[in-house]
Design a protein around this ligand. Structure first.
Ligand SMILES: Cc1cc2nc3c(=O)[nH]c(=O)nc-3n(C[C@H](O)[C@H](O)[C@H](O)COP(=O)(O)OP(=O)(O)OC[C@H]3O[C@@H](n4cnc5c(N)ncnc54)[C@H](O)[C@@H]3O)c2cc1C
Length: 494
């Protein structure tokens, strides 16, 4: 298929006319780069895009993956904190029922190690510090008499209702309309004792770490569907599995770093199939194929997989325009906002105090804290999640953020927590090609109004990415599942 004249002129001029002036190249490029047409062009080299490419190549298809960043991995981003020891600025953990990513990790020859859980966790609330051991039925939840009764009631409600919500099609749930009409906060308040009127506050440490958002920002149906997705075929999702370390989503990590899933697949595919620093601006399709267009770049494919977070997919221009339902969907869906703050120490000194490095705090920006030291303990590392309201308050103020997070670490683990050897921050809201994390959040009304538009292919364009994953949406496992689905769609269509 030839690029339509209009498109060719625009690409040669640098960018599609419809883009904001700020994005236009200062000097028009001299020539248009046009690699060989392929069967499938994939936009985005995160887990979803790369897994799709790998499966398509195995099925005999030619592919090109176009990635905006100068690295692969997207929301996985590992960095070395000691020789051969990695910490994660993006996705870190895998856990039970995440079958698809666990199988991939094994296939790629990567190694898992257990999140450190020996010893006690710390809980700091209203200035009071307690230590506790994670055990059933409350797992990682702190032993706060104001919190536990509500948690027990809410977990039972959440799990019972989540079981009734069809994974991947929450709008089909019997009570979908009623659940989608209210925020998760309203729904929780109606089902708790609301001791001291602090329900929302008590749950916000969990919501901020899980969603990068507060419970008032998402629909109850979205939250309950997220829980429904924390399982696999035949094993219903549970709230506890999302929250827990042992037997939960924070159970294990990859020795070589989570990003190595992507770097290994990219190495397998080779540089001719994975183009870095190639942001895609426009996708123009007709009955024969699509032109996928970046800055002075166009590649043709018979089909396209867009494997970027849906709010970013909504920033690409499409010709012809996408169905209005899809456009309305991506206009309303927003990313959560998490800042990961990591302090590296000479040793995991808290372990000698009988502590496992996990903490929940009710005051201060880092409400959930984890030990993210390498498996051999050759360095110590603590991670603080700063999400939702706290991310809004502290983003852009790096010194105050560092001071406040280290104060949180000190309140949990003592004065030694000030002896920081390295300090790393990933503010995902400020990452141009992610714009928030860990996942996109649906406000009230969205899923029931436009739900099916998220995954429905539009002629030759297919939608991947963890948000479209069904089981373990929002997680690496969901990203793998989304890739597998789009590849099935494409192979069935060709
Ligand atoms: C801080 C944080 C903590 C997390 N913790 C966990 C965890 O512990 N366990 C877990 O399983 N998951 C976790 N997640 C979620 C997990 O990282 C994601 O679910 C998963 O990596 C998403 O993969 P993806 O391929 O769907 O999307 P992405 O990784 O977002 O990949 C999309 C790619 O598309 C590129 N892109 C965007 N727009 C364009 C464009 N126009 N043109 C070309 N390229 C474009 C981006 O640069 C990116 O590389 C976390 C995420 C974050 C950020």
């Amino acid at each position: 298929m030839d690029a339509p004249d209009l498109t060719r002129r625009r690409v040669l001029a640098g960018l599609p006319a419809s883009l904001a002036a700020g994005a236009v190249l200062a000097r028009p490029p001299r020539s248009l780069e046009e690699p060989k047409p392929v069967d499938v062009v994939i936009v985005g080299a995160g887990i979803a895009g790369l897994v799709a490419a790998r499966l398509l190549v195995k099925a005999g298809k030619s592919v090109m993956v176009c990635e905006a960043r100068d690295r692969v991995g997207g929301r996985t981003w590992s960095h070395e904190i000691a020789p051969g020891a990695y910490a994660e600025l993006g996705a870190a953990w895998v856990g039970p029922t995440q079958d698809r990513v666990l199988a991939l990790i094994q296939e790629l020859g990567l190694t898992l190690f257990d999140q450190y859980t020996d010893g006690e966790s710390v809980y700091v609330s209203r200035g009071d510090r307690k230590t506790f051991r994670e055990k059933p039925p409350f797992g990682a939840a702190p032993p706060d008499p104001l919190l536990l009764p509500d948690l027990a009631i809410v977990s039972t409600w959440i799990d019972r209702i989540a079981k009734e919500i069809p994974v991947g099609a929450p709008w089909k749930a019997e009570d979908a309309q009623a659940l989608d009409r209210q925020t998760a906060e309203t729904w929780l308040r109606g089902r708790t004792l609301n001791l001291l009127g602090e329900t929302a506050k008590n749950f916000s440490a969990a919501f901020e770490a899980l969603f990068g958002a507060e419970s008032r920002e998402m629909s109850a149906l979205f939250m309950l569907h997220y829980v429904a997705c924390a399982g696999t075929e035949g094993v219903p999702g549970t709230f506890e599995r999302l929250l827990n370390t042992r037997a939960g989503a924070q159970e294990r990590k990859i020795v070589e770093g989570s990003q190595s899933i992507c770097t290994r697949i990219a190495a397998e595919l080779g540089p001719e199939r994975v183009r870095l620093s190639t942001p895609i601006r426009l996708i123009a399709q007709n009955g024969e194929g699509a032109n996928v267009i970046g800055n002075a770049f166009v590649v043709r494919g018979k089909r396209v997989i867009v494997a970027v977070p849906p709010p970013l997919a909504g920033r690409i221009t499409y010709e012809p325009a996408l169905p209005v339902e899809r456009d309305q969907y991506t206009q309303r869906l927003g990313m959560g906002w998490l800042i990961k703050c990591e302090a590296v120490y000479d040793t995991p000194f808290w372990r000698a105090q009988g502590l496992n490095g996990s903490a929940v705090i009710n005051d201060g920006p880092a409400r959930s804290i984890f030990d993210v030291s390498p498996p051999d303990g050759s360095r110590g590392a603590l991670l603080g999640f700063v999400g939702g309201d706290a991310a809004r308050e502290f983003s852009g103020a790096p010194e105050s953020l560092k001071r406040a997070v280290i104060e949180n670490f000190v309140s949990c683990f003592g004065e030694k927590a000030r002896e920081v050897r390295e300090w790393h921050v990933a503010d995902w809201g400020r990452e141009e090609w992610t714009r928030g994390c860990p996942t996109a959040i649906a406000p009230p009304g969205l899923l029931t109004a436009y739900g099916p538009a998220l995954t429905a292919p539009v002629d030759r364009i297919h939608w991947a990415g963890t948000e479209t994953g069904g089981y373990w949406t929002g997680y690496m496992d969901g990203a793998v599942r989304s890739a597998e689905r789009t590849v099935r769609e494409i192979l069935a269509a060709s």
